[in-house]
Design a protein around this ligand. Structure first.
Ligand code: DQA
Length: 146
C-alpha cells in the first residue's frame, strides 16, 4: 500500500565508514548520527525515514524499486562513487515514479574531475551537495515540499 509519508534515505559504498573516513572531507558524524538527526527532523515534518546503506550497487537498485512499489514520498540518494559510474542507478531512478533527490556531503564539482559527472544527477529531481551532514537535512526539507 502506498505510504506517501515515508522518505527512503539510501546510502551507497563506503558511507558505512562515515565518522572515520576522510573526516576532513566528510566530517565526523557517523551514518547513525545522521539517521538520528533525520528522524528528529522527520517527526517535525510529519514524515518517517527509512534509512539504508549498502556497498553493493544491486541493493541500491532493489531499494529504489521498493520505494517505487511502496509509493514512498521521495528518495534521498547518496550513491557514493556509484553516482559517477552507474547507468543501472540512473535507469532505476528513471523507472520509478517517486522523486529522487541526489545528496552528497562534499561538493563533487569542487573535487577531482572524475567526480564532475553524475549519472544519478541526470535522472534525479534535484541535487543537494556540499553542506556536510546538513545536505541530508536540507534534502529532507526539499522532499517535504514536493
Ligand atoms: C560522496 C561524493 C562521492 O564522489 C564519493 O565517491 C562518496 C561520497 C559525498 O557524499 O560527498 O563516496 O557521495
Amino acid at each position: 500500500m502506498a505510504d506517501k509519508s515515508v522518505v527512503y534515505v539510501l546510502n551507497g559504498p563506503n558511507l558505512n565508514l562515515l565518522g572515520t573516513r576522510e573526516p576532513e572531507i566528510y566530517g565526523s558524524d557517523t551514518l547513525d548520527d545522521i539517521a538520528g538527526r533525520l528522524e528528529d527532523r522527520a517527526l517535525t515534518l510529519g514524515l518517517a525515514v527509512e534509512m539504508r546503506q549498502s556497498n553493493h550497487e544491486g541493493h541500491l537498485v532493489d531499494w529504489l524499486h521498493e520505494a517505487g512499489a511502496e509509493g514512498a514520498k521521495a528518495v534521498l540518494l547518496n550513491a557514493g562513487a556509484y553516482t559517477h559510474t552507474s547507468i543501472a542507478l540512473h535507469d532505476a531512478i528513471k523507472a520509478i515514479a517517486v522523486p529522487v533527490i541526489e545528496v552528497h556531503l562534499s561538493n563533487p564539482h569542487a573535487r577531482e574531475p572524475f567526480r564532475h559527472t553524475s549519472l544519478v544527477g541526470r535522472a534525479a529531481r534535484g541535487t543537494i551537495a556540499g553542506f556536510g551532514a546538513d545536505s541530508y537535512l536540507l534534502a529532507l526539507d526539499a522532499a517535504a515540499r514536493l
